[in-house]
Design a protein around this ligand. Sequence first.
Ligand code: NDP
Ligand code: 2IT
Length: 450
Amino acid sequence: MANILDVKINDFMAKVIAKNPGETEFHQAVKEVVESLLPFIEENPKYRHAKILERITEPERVIMFRVPWLDDKGEIQVNRGFRIEMNSAIGPYKGGLRFHPTVNLGILKFLAFEQVFKNSLTTLPMGGGKGGSDFDPKAKSDNEVMRFCQSFMTELSRHIGQDTDVPAGDIGVGGREIGYMFGQYKRIRNEFTGVLTGKGLEWGGSLIRPEATGYGAVYFAEEMLKTKNESMKGKIATVSGSGNVAQYTVEKLLQLGAKPVTLSDSEGFIYDPDGIDTEKLQYVMHLKNIKRGRIKEYADKYKVKYVEGQRPWSVKCDLAFPSATQNEINEDDARELVKNGCKVVSEGANMPSTPEAVEVFLSEKILYGPGKAANAGGVATSGLEMTQNSMRLPWSREEVDSKLHQIMINIHATCVKYGTDSSGYINYVNGANIGGFIKVADAMIAQGLV
Ligand code: NDP
Ligand code: 2IT
């Protein structure tokens, strides 16, 4: 049986690779999902007859466009903009925008593909999409970022809308960029609508949206620990990244009595064995969100170790929260984490573990929460922002946080339902992929050949 399935997976992947040449991250994301789904589809042939896998791996629409803008010297710069509208079976396209020099079609297609399953898991009515640009916000002035965002939105505004496609932030896109893009959309369309999420509180944003991804990844880890009758208290946690997701992961870890000891950026990581406490976190937030400096400055200020050019996975920990980018944990890192006693990996980032690393986590039977489940709190709270925009009524901090918490508990329960194997081990990869798939696939069948 395993062999026949392997042949089917390889046949399917050969077609995906031929049709999407060079898009390695997209191939990686699709393969992981197909490995989980094929056995399930064998048992539920209606999905095979409806060719759902063939349809779900083909974006409904891909938009690519030129983004010209003027830098501070008055020189013309040209970037490329993208929006992948992957799947709208259960709601308007929804997903972030990434501004990073590495952005290309394959990376955005992997992100849009995972978003379809993630958004379905949240239980809210959101389809999947993703977009962005190879623009690098680093070392740009506020005015340059504004001019880029205005040019980017001038084209994107033709394709999105509160009932069509609702973008948000991702790497390199935070409150500042969402503000500039919202302003330009409003100006071009002459309408004030919830077309983006992650907005400022004064103009339609939701409380807790900035915190939501990091808080959610920690709530998910807490649920995983509960299956072993354990809690967060006293646990040592490594965190990578030092942006939006990493910062609020640290904040929630502190609230629940764990001890975060690392943070990183693309140049290296800091290790603070005494723990990154609330005051130090405030320093990081100022350093990263206002000063836009490097994490190395933390090591200089607090006299702790800084390791250049490396990620924090060699540091002994109970819990790991990869919160920077894709493929930031390789097989060797995964082995080292397990060897050092790490029992929980909760992915704040999207696809941070390579397939080989995932294999190590699953074969060692640790509690491994893949990004499409563990980091779904961000988009879930974007869904709650959309609800508040529709009602034209804001909810309190407590109300949004308790809804977010309940959604993460529900996503965990879905993973347990679909991912528990015959030995009782919870394979959260299978759980998230199957649990996310069913609703989208059933909606696609119900809507005919779309
Ligand atoms: P930010 O831009 O706020 O922060 C990103 C952090 O990761 C920075 O510290 C950055 O370092 C580091 N980083 C980015 N790219 C690389 C790279 N190629 N190599 C090493 N380090 C890198 O982004 P977010 O915190 O919003 O996003 C982090 C991850 O979480 C991403 O995978 C994103 O897709 C995912 N995510 C985000 C959600 C959200 O709501 N924001 C929701 C769900 C998932 P440097 O400053 O040096 O570039
Ligand atoms: O990867 C993600 O889920 C995000 N970047 C958040 C998407 C959203 O629409 O809030």
